[in-house]
Design a protein around this ligand. Structure first.
Ligand code: HEM
Length: 749
């Protein structure tokens, strides 16, 4: 039944693909084509109408497409798994009603997702694709199109589909089952009302059940491996097994077979198709999380609709998002102790030495001790002054690097990685007396490795871990998040321990023996029980992770804004020329008199705060906020990004106007890039010095312009801190002051 519909819709797909690919290979986006195909098949079967493509230009279809578009934006990726239940619990935008459509989406999604996985596997395995083509050419030939009736004789095609289901089961945990009575499983008592999750994904990759399980080998089914019922279970088994498996097999078989029969397929580039899994009710392929991320923007939209205090649930955890100065003030004045905690996420256990590092430790004696220690040993003015030589030297090395090709003419430079290397050198020299980047450095590889760890940490921290919000997923380590965090934590620990051991043994050629690690190790000698290696590693790790990318990112955003606003850049250069002149380079002691430069930094941190939601806080007791009851155990997110762009708080907030800070437009509770209260950033003094000196030096020593006429793209990328989406490239030309200084550079440290 409905065979005609399936045939017809697949022909539509084939015609669409044929439009641009008659003479040459054409680039096609298969995901949405598969999704529209399966939607049309189901809606024609259910309602007799097609809602996509030809013949779908009627009001109801448009309405339907709009619903599905909105639904998939809301559901995609994270939402399907984490945010969908959250939004459902708070019934955001009448979500319950929209959820009635889930069945339709689920039914069509499984087939579409499977076809996408299958095509990805075939693109990565041209040998398999070729073999399937030979089978089709032999059994069906090129005179006519493949029919559903041909499928039973196409064994190799069937094997490809089985192998796709094995590696990429569209419902990796099936749908949860619930026990209605007490029972026994393998001798264990299972009480009634227990939720049963069957992990078919693990079963399908179990090396005890499958030979070489991670490889894509359709041939494995030639020997009849498929026959064993309980090892290949993409559609579930038993009474609640998927009733649509027959239809799914037909649609997938006919579509895939037709695509192979009718077209040649190649990857878009040499690079293999990415086989990372995304998140969802079904297991989609990974793609950018454009629907939810950046999270601060999504939360801002919610605040616009519901007001400056929004109460949500992320899975089982209550969350409050605040975005008005008066509520922020309430959080950090009368409720400051209540919100001085951090929520515990899995990452903190493995990467934060079981929540003992300063940024993640619970509010209490241990945290107070760490803050006191870092205030005295690291962030105190005398300690920062001690390291002034390091900052000067490293910034001058950057200037030297930039001037290499730009003495005569403008030269193109990629600033992002240079700034990142500058900050890693500064923090690493302060911490351990080592520099990783520069000419003839022997530790470049070590530096690269460390940068990779930090990068992974930020990327990893930026993707929500479902287990943090659904304890049940924590137990089963859904998607292997715990394992990954453990591995990352170990890598970081090995690196930090190496630094400690190197300082301790004192055998290396470390250039500066007055490092933070040296200080902490001497404290360890007097109080070994408290200053354990773990405490020291946690402290230096927090400085590296908290200090380097945030500061480098701030300079990158500021330079991008200046390149888009040459009039501001000129005014800043005039200020520098007036106060410092052309004979010497700017120094840290000059910063207080450079008011316009300071305003530029504030005006960059306003629209582009590196921690747009600050760092989450956690309430330890019930309290009241804006007249609402907030229970203990609530996560508090302060949307600094939204506050910094609120037209009620800032005049013309989307414009870049450093002058606004001359009139003291800023007030404590409306500009908070470094957070507030007891947990506010302890690195603010260091950050201000480094940002000020670097930015001032870049403006003083070089003329700058954009690479072309186009404005610098100011879109933000993804990650725990707010990176620029596109690394900053610019043109620079050395100014006279830099030429004068050239000879002295390199002789200081
Ligand atoms: C422009 C650069 C920086 C920005 C925008 C920034 C921003 C922040 C923010 C928003 C917080 C959370 C504050 C809160 O919870 O109220 C924070 C915390 C922290 N920052 Fe920074 N930061 C920067 C530079 C640094 C530097 C240079 C260091 C160290 C060298 C550092 C170390 C830390 C630490 C250890 C914490 C955790 C404090 C705690 O939980 O007690 N940061 N930072």
């Amino acid at each position: 039944m409905f065979l005609g519909i399936r045939k017809d819709e697949i022909k539509h797909l084939l015609r669409r693909l044929g439009r641009d690919s008659r003479d040459n290979f054409a680039n096609v986006e298969l995901k949405s084509l598969f999704s529209e195909l399966t939607f049309n098949i189901i809606t024609r079967m259910v309602a007799g109408k097609r809602y996509y493509g030809e013949g779908s230009d009627f009001e109801e279809a448009k309405h339907f497409r709009e619903i599905i578009r909105k639904f998939s934006i809301e559901c995609r990726h994270q939402i399907q798994e984490i945010f969908l239940p959250i939004l459902r619990w708070m019934d955001y935008g009448g979500y319950e009603k929209k959820m009635a459509r889930t069945n339709l989406v689920f039914a069509t999604n499984t087939a579409a997702v499977t076809m996408e996985w299958a095509m990805s596997l075939l693109l990565n395995h041209p040998d398999v694709q070729k073999k399937a083509k030979v089978e089709l050419d032999t059994c069906v030939r090129q005179e006519r199109l493949l029919e559903e009736a041909d499928l039973p004789k196409l064994h190799y095609l069937q094997n490809i589909i089985s192998e796709t289901f094995r590696l990429c089961p569209p419902a990796p945990l099936w749908l949860p089952h619930m026990s209605s009575e007490n029972c026994q499983l393998r001798g264990f008592d299972i009480p009634r009302d227990t939720m049963l999750l069957v992990n078919s994904w693990t079963l399908h990759r179990d090396p005890k059940l499958w030979d070489d399980p991670t490889s894509f080998k359709p041939e494995r089914f030639e020997g009849g491996e498929r026959g064993e019922t309980y090892k290949l279970l993409p559609f579930g088994t038993g009474r609640r097994a998927c009733p649509g498996s027959g239809l799914a097999n037909k649609v997938v078989g006919l579509t895939l077979g037709s695509l192979i029969q009718c077209y040649e397929w190649e990857r878009v580039s040499e690079k293999k198709v990415d086989m990372m899994e995304g998140k969802g009710l079904t297991m989609p392929k990974m793609e950018p999380l454009e629907a939810i991320w950046p999270l601060h923007r999504t939360l801002h939209r919610l605040s616009e609709r519901h007001g400056p205090i929004v109460s949500l649930r992320f899975g089982s955890r209550p969350v409050i998002v605040v975005s008005s100065p008066s509520v922020v003030k309430e959080c950090f004045t009368k409720n400051d102790v209540i919100f001085a905690n951090r929520p515990k996420f899995v990452m903190g256990k493995f990467i934060g030495y079981d929540y003992t590092v300063v940024s993640l430790a619970p509010y209490g004696d241990h945290w107070r001790n760490l803050r006191r220690l870092s205030a005295v040993e690291i962030f105190a003015s005398n300690r920062l002054n001690l390291f002034l030589g390091i900052r000067r030297y490293e910034i001058k090395q950057l200037l030297l690097r930039l001037s290499r090709n730009s003495v005569e003419n403008f030269a193109k430079v990629e600033l992002k990685s240079m700034l990142s290397e500058l900050l890693l050198n500064i923090t690493m020299r302060m911490v351990a007396g080592k520099r990783f980047y520069g000419d003839n450095m022997k530790d470049v590889e070590e530096g690269r490795e460390f940068r990779e760890i930090i990068k992974e940490m930020f990327e990893f921290g930026g993707t929500s871990n479902p287990g943090d919000f659904f304890p049940i997923l924590q137990w089963i380590d859904y998607q292997g998040y715990n394992k990954r965090a453990l591995r990352l934590g170990k890598k970081m620990d090995v690196f930090l321990q190496g630094l400690l051991d190197e300082c301790r043994s004192n055998k290396s050629d470390l250039e500066n023996r007055n490092t933070m690690i040296d200080h902490l190790l001497s404290l360890q000698e007097s109080e070994p029980e408290y200053y354990t290696d773990e405490i020291i590693k946690g402290l230096i790790g927090a400085i590296q992770v908290g200090g380097a990318d945030t500061t480098a990112g701030t300079i990158e955003w500021a330079m991008s804004l200046l390149l888009n606003h040459p009039e501001v850049l000129k005014k800043a250069r005039d200020e520098l020329d007036t106060h410092i002149g052309h004979d010497c380079l700017i120094d840290e002691t000059d910063l207080p008199k450079l008011q316009y430069l300071q305003s530029i930094i504030s005006e960059s941190l306003r629209p582009f705060p590196l921690a747009p939601l600050l760092v989450p806080y956690f309430s330890t007791e019930d309290c009241k906020l804006g007249g609402f009851d907030v229970p203990g155990g609530t996560i508090l997110l302060v949307n600094a990004w939204a506050l910094h762009r609120d037209p009620k708080l800032w005049n013309d907030p989307t414009s870049f106007k450093p002058e606004r800070f001359e009139t003291r437009e800023s007030e404590t509770y409306k500009l908070l890039p470094f957070g507030l209260g007891r947990r506010a950033c302890p690195g603010i003094g260091l950050a201000n010095r480094v940002v000020g000196l670097t930015l001032g030096s870049l403006i003083q020593c070089f003329d700058w312009k954009r690479v072309d006429e186009k404005e610098i793209n100011m879109d933000e990328g993804q990650g725990l801190i707010m990176p620029k989406m596109e690394p900053l490239e610019a043109m620079c030309k050395t100014r006279q002051v830099m030429n004068n200084e050239q000879e002295n550079i390199g002789n200081e440290a």
